[in-house]
Design a binder for this molecule. Structure first.
Ligand SMILES: Cc1cc2nc3c(=O)[nH]c(=O)nc-3n(C[C@H](O)[C@H](O)[C@H](O)COP(=O)(O)OP(=O)(O)OC[C@H]3O[C@@H](n4cnc5c(N)ncnc54)[C@H](O)[C@@H]3O)c2cc1C
Length: 229
């Protein structure tokens, strides 16, 4: 498990296949299979990746548990092909606030973690704004969360259904949510190529780098071949 931000993490729950299964699925048409990864197999993996022969990379699958702010989950959820609930071979399951099952937590940036607007772009962010503004931003966010949670607790005490009481949960973008993400190795590499990039939001970059570390341990040759950086 890799800790990310103040409360989040990424954990590799399970994985199917290895670099060898990429090779063996590519060679099935020659009725050939190997049991150990040889230098020529590594060469084949690189050839497949560079020439966009992607189907062998879809025989390998990874399942992650992620605990991240909702704003990160929303960006992650856009990876539809090979990594979503719309594909019968992959899945996304998220903890729902329709039932009170776990403690409500929020992502609270540290005082020095509030970033400025970028200079030459409409999206993304620049360097830290420093502590005077950062300290005030953290204080205001904490206050907003406290006020909202008082209303939420009040609604629960009144017997309002949890699925409606959650309307009072404040700072929805920072609400920590937990989900399982199952995706093919190709799907994971597509996500990583976009979300470890400097143009992606800083927070999702941190989670993507955790996914990258865990996935590289399992598929060192294949994933390296698929990654653009
Ligand atoms: C820096 C950044 C900023 C972004 N900003 C925004 C934003 O402001 N608003 C917003 O809504 N989204 C935004 N996105 C999300 C972006 O538009 C994509 O939805 C997201 O990156 C998922 O990528 P994808 O569509 O390639 O993934 P998938 O949907 O998983 O698709 C994977 C690949 O499959 C192929 N594919 C998918 N569908 C089809 C199809 N119908 N026909 C043919 N080929 C297909 C394409 O090659 C595609 O790249 C942003 C993404 C990034 C990285």
């Amino acid at each position: 498990m890799i800790q990310v931000l103040d409360k989040g993490y990424v954990r590799l729950v399970d994985a199917m296949g290895s670099d060898l299964s990429v090779v063996n699925s590519a060679r099935v048409s020659y009725n050939k299979a190997t049991e150990t990864l040889r230098p020529e197999d590594e060469k084949l993996i690189k050839f497949l990746a560079t020439h966009d022969h992607t189907s062998p990379f879809r025989h390998a699958t990874l399942q992650f548990e992620v605990y991240a702010p909702l704003m990160v989950a929303r960006q992650w959820w856009k990876y539809i092909i090979g990594s979503s609930h719309q594909d019968p071979f992959t899945a996304w399951n998220e903890s729902s606030r329709r039932y009170v099952t776990e403690e409500i937590e929020f992502y609270i940036p540290e005082e020095d973690a509030w970033r400025s607007k970028p200079e030459n772009s409409k999206q993304g962010s620049g360097p830290s704004l420093g502590t005077p503004i950062g300290a005030e931003a953290t204080k205001r966010l904490l206050q907003q969360i406290e006020d909202g949670m008082k209303n939420y607790d009040w609604a629960i005490e009144q017997g309002i259904a949890t699925e409606q009481a959650r309307l009072f949960i404040p700072s929805a973008y920072g609400l920590m949510v937990r989900w399982y993400w199952t995706a093919s190795l190709q799907g994971v590499s597509h996500f990583l190529n976009q979300r470890t990039d400097a143009h992606a939001q800083h927070e999702i970059q941190l989670f993507a780098n955790a996914v990258k570390t865990l996935a590289l341990e399992r598929f060192p040759v294949s994933l390296s071949a698929l990654l653009t950086e």
